[in-house]
Design a protein around this ligand. Structure first.
Ligand SMILES: O=P(O)(O)OC[C@H]1O[C@](O)(CO)[C@@H](O)[C@@H]1O
Length: 246
């Protein structure tokens, strides 16, 4: 595990984007695992800037998003479909049919999970999985539980996750109760995982996840088993670590 701390969010975002840029420069047809939420927004901003400068192309790449809310219309500004268009897809040359997001409005969500899983199986392995971290230790929407699911599945969101994400909605009632998420199996199968964590409010959970016991009640702790995990923290999130400074 390689943990790096950054003095500023700007440097962290630039370094995060740098990993994607290097990958696409050396492997233009790479498979990217993409995350949403507040954490990776700045990384996507840097990627768009780099794309505009001609430093990278997504033309041959494929992407898979980690998750999507169930029942939130695609055109809702807080759907992860809208998020990805707003922050990345509308600004780069990734062909639409090469960008995959679970369909949270599928008539049969269970069937949609199987369809998504089949698409992931076709791609075989994600080259670089970008991950944020939930306050309760979730990765994707794999919530703390007695057991975790390996494949893509429908999950009931924990109250604390809905509360945390309510900041993006007008009211708590609008926050969906369920989501479709990639399972921990595919996440852990990625060649490289880039975990990005910012803010003092996540200092404790990221420290427990990466140094404490591996428990399904703290899904991010499973990342300790990954052979190629890069962790990027800002100083606030790194509070409990003694880390290598970027
Ligand atoms: O980056 P945020 O907004 O704190 O969210 C944490 C994580 O929870 C999710 O919203 C759920 O997948 C992720 O997108 C994100 O990585």
């Amino acid at each position: 595990m390689n943990i790096v701390t950054f003095e500023s969010t700007e440097e962290l975002n630039e370094a995060g984007a740098g990993i994607v840029i290097s990958l696409l420069q050396t492997k233009p047809d790479a498979v990217l695992g993409l995350a949403t939420g507040g954490t990776p927004v700045g990384v996507y901003e840097h990627l768009v800037k780099a794309y505009r400068k001609g430093r990278l192309s997504f033309r041959k790449a494929t992407s898979f998003n980690l998750d999507e809310y169930v029942g939130l219309p695609q055109e809702h500004p807080e759907s992860y479909y809208s998020y990805m268009k707003q922050h990345l897809f509308d600004h780069v040359d990734l062909p639409v049919h090469q960008a995959h997001i679970p369909d949270g409005n599928a008539e049969n969500p269970e069937e949609e999970c199987r369809r998504y899983e089949a698409k992931l199986a076709e791609a075989k392995q994600i080259d670089l999985q970008i991950l944020g971290l939930g306050h309760n230790g979730h990765i994707g929407f794999n919530e703390p539980d007695h057991t975790l699911v390996s494949g893509t599945h429908v999950v009931e969101l924990k109250e604390e996750t809905r509360k945390a994400n309510a900041r993006f909605f007008d009211s708590m009632d609008e926050v969906p109760t369920h989501a479709i998420t990639m399972g921990v199996g595919m996440i852990l199968k990625a060649k490289t995982i880039l975990l990005i964590v910012r803010g003092e409010d996540k200092a404790d959970v990221v420290h427990r996840a990466l140094t404490g016991p591996i428990r399904t009640e703290l899904p991010a702790s499973l990342l300790q088993t990954h052979p190629n995990l890069v962790v990027m923290l800002d100083q606030a999130a790194a509070k409990h670590f003694q880390t290598q400074q970027a």
